[in-house]
Design a protein around this ligand. Sequence first.
Ligand code: XUL
Ligand code: CO
Length: 435
Amino acid sequence: MKTLEHIPEISFEGSGSKTPLAFKYYDPEMMILGKTMREHLKFAMSYWHTINAGGTDMFGGDTMDKTFGKEGIERYKAKADFAFELMRKLHIDYFCFHDVDIAPEGASLGESIKKYIIMVDYIEELMKKFDKKCLWNTANMFGDKLFMAGAATSPNADIYAVSAAKVKVGLDVAKRLDAGGYVFWGGREGYDTLINTDMGLELDNLGRFLHMAADYADKIGFTGALYIEPKPKEPTKHQYDYDVATCMNFLRKIGLENRYKMNIEANHATLAGHTFQHELRTAVINGSFGSVDANQGDLFLGWDTDQFPTNVYDTALAMYEIIKAGGFTTGGLNFDAKARRQSNAIEDIFLSYIAGMDTFALGLKVAAKIIEDGRIDSFVEDRYAGYNRGIGRKIVEGKTDFDELYNYALTLKEIQVESGKQEYLESLINNIMFS
Ligand code: XUL
Ligand code: CO
């Protein structure tokens, strides 16, 4: 993989277009519910999958060459040039990266940081030149053997210190690049067996780590969001940040529920046995909705396949949640997704982003139509209308108790048990989607 000169700038051609390298639904300037598609969707390129992943799997090596025929820092500069040109051609405004994605590692932590900063300098220039923004950055604390038993939950205090150093540098970089946020995905923060694990100490240490990170962010004046990215398993058998509810419980225990928000990944939701919509709703009702890692899994496979989203039903319900939550502020839609091992041409990177962007554009349009149509929202409103009056109102306002409810219940003669109308509502969504 060397150049993308043969790839044209991708433009919107409309749903009738048969041009593979064109958007059919993503029209950046189209207005939907008072905002442009570009403002609603805030697409981001994931550096690790797009610029580094070579299609390797457990049974075979790379099927794509992303070395650019260069070594060392020159290779990473070529990768960065490629990344920004790709974002320009795809009209993607944001990108996300781990420290090790953008720079080669050195022989020591100090050397790695030096190389990292050289590349941050380089990328900062490209951001200005191409007018691109960093949605979030993070530190990879799962790839190196050092982190095999975790980072902030490592049984080894020296490794805990190395992890803190990496996050400190990451937050400095977030501040410098004016990133929208900084992500904590607990790569190996979990366990494979409890027989060798002091779970209580590991979690307390993780709590201390998240406190120190927040304190450091405040100290340097980083105003972006701090996000936790839930995931139930893989690489460890049990990850501590299992799902949104687990993360919120932990954050409340350590008193940081107002400081950290959620970066919700679709494939992680399904691995946890939840729908993507469930995880979004759980974050919204807990005041912790932040950002999204947009992808999809394969429900027949038990691992994180990180596929580009192509399921419109899922993106429609996701955008419905996001719009109703007031839309993104610091966050956006990061394609934590990669082209399949067999999709190994440069063109496939573009085709997969086009598929993902068009799928979210369609999802946005359907979600806006569901909201404008109003029948779903008013059905839900009516279903709970009993809480706006009489005893229901007293329950909601906290103005009743078990004695009163007992006496009230005994006066009831005929209780109306209303239908939930699931099938009607599902076909209504189909009707809205396809009309
Ligand atoms: C891993 C994953 C990560 C995070 C960033 O499953 O989703 O790529 O998004 O570390
Ligand atoms: Co992710």
